[in-house]
Design a protein around this ligand. Structure first.
Ligand code: NAP
Length: 280
């Protein structure tokens, strides 16, 4: 039987509907989310517009600060520090990629951890080892949310995460470990990727290589979460997973686009409301 497609757009819509009353409970004060971008990136312009639309639906005012491409690391840090001190700013996010010469780790560390709504400040990343933090990394939280939406019992499940980046692969692995699944993390040094993926009840792929995972690498009935975003030669956006062949074998599959991406944005809004004091 073909996989059940996990509709990220619909799940994100359901999340936003739950966030709205939590936002309203905070009263009439403005809840501001500031997005800071250095230079102009057409891909991130689309992403920012989607974020703004989703934020408006939830009642969060999203301010976009475009800094010139000549901005230095010190200038960017100064901008973030100014935002850290503005009381109406609940959340700050920095759009990536940053131009060469700006170290993303320095930048992320300059954001007040309580306003770090992407959950990427070392304090929030570190807290994930103890428990699920108040402000978890959004994509990792989105991947977990989609898995939980299937109702699969994570306890004892074989989980394989492909990709071990700081912002995606590692935090996903830790969140799923907290749920007592048995987690294997694969990366560029992994010898036989299929040996691992074929054992997975839950497979999360976060690499950035179109077509990395095919149907013959999947355990029948597995839950497959495709985090990857790649632009094909025809300009279309595809994930890391070969959709047709994997959908024929898996039990659940996220599409790209329309899977992890919209839920990640909903997590960003949830984190912003949490940073503003909402209990969501
Ligand atoms: P990244 O920093 O480039 O990390 C990619 C990871 O994949 C690295 O850990 C790398 O290992 C590993 N890798 C590379 N080739 C591999 C292979 N052949 N087999 C197994 N592992 C391999 O990327 P990222 O920031 O984690 O993002 C991953 C993908 O998710 C990208 O396509 C990105 O656009 C997408 N993404 C989507 C969302 C969303 O909301 N949907 C959010 C963030 C990112 P080494 O480090 O050892 O080379």
């Amino acid at each position: 039987m073909p996989a059940q497609i996990l509709d990220g757009k619909m799940i994100a819509q359901q999340m936003r509907a739950k966030l709205r009353p939590a936002r309203d409970a905070l009263g009439p004060r403005a809840i501001r989310l500031v997005s800071v971008e250095v230079g102009q990136n057409p891909a991130s312009a689309v992403y920012v517009r989607n974020q703004q639309r989703a934020a408006a639906e939830v009642g969060i005012a999203m301010e976009v600060r475009n800094l010139p491409v000549s901005t230095t690391e010190a200038d960017l840090v100064a901008n973030l520090q100014e935002l850290n001190h503005r009381p109406e700013v609940a959340g700050i996010l920095v759009q990536r990629p940053l131009p060469p010469g700006i170290d993303p780790r320095i930048v992320q560390s300059a954001i007040d951890p309580q306003k770090d709504v992407e959950g990427m400040h070392p304090a929030n990343m570190g807290a994930i080892l103890y428990r699920e933090p108040l402000l978890p990394p959004c994509t990792a939280a989105a991947a977990q949310h989609l898995i939980l939406a299937t109702g699969i019992d994570l306890r004892g499940a074989e989980t394989v995460v492909v990709g071990h980046s700081e912002i995606v692969g590692k935090p996903i692995a830790v969140l799923l470990l907290h749920r007592l699944s048995t987690v294997t993390v694969c990366h560029i040094g992994t010898k036989q990727l299929n040996d691992h993926t074929r054992r997975a009840d839950i497979l999360v792929v976060a690499v950035g290589k179109a077509g990395l995972v095919h149907g013959d690498m999947i355990k029948p009935g597995a839950c497959v979460i495709d985090v990857g975003i790649n632009q094909g030669a025809d300009g279309k956006i595809v994930g890391d997973v070969d959709f047709a062949s994997v959908a024929a074998v898996a039990g659940y599959l996220t599409p790209v686009p329309g899977g992890v991406g919209p839920v990640t944005v909903a997590m960003l809004l949830r984190n912003t409301l949490r940073a503003a004091g909402a209990h969501v």
